[in-house]
Unconditional design. Structure first.
Length: 75
């Protein structure tokens, strides 16, 4: 299980948990779900449309990776 913390402008907006990905296809599916959740957060007013950072953590909270994404990305 991986936890994906979405931060925008230095503020943690949402958290998404998902199964770890082992393949390129699995990574695309996870990223698509993260973007969908971010779009929902924009509609709810928890973030603004545009770029955001994703921090990937394991179940103990240790940071494994991070990447930039956006509400207009398509995977």
């Amino acid at each position: 299980m991986r936890f994906y913390h979405v931060e925008q402008y230095g503020r943690r907006c949402i958290c998404h948990n998902d199964n770890a990905y082992n393949t390129e296809k699995g990574l695309k599916e996870v990223c698509t779900r993260i973007v969908a959740k971010a779009k929902k957060a924009v509609k709810q007013g928890n973030m603004v449309a545009g770029a955001f950072d994703v921090i990937v953590c394991d179940r103990t909270g240790r940071e494994l990776d991070s990447f930039h994404c956006g509400t207009d990305y398509t995977y």
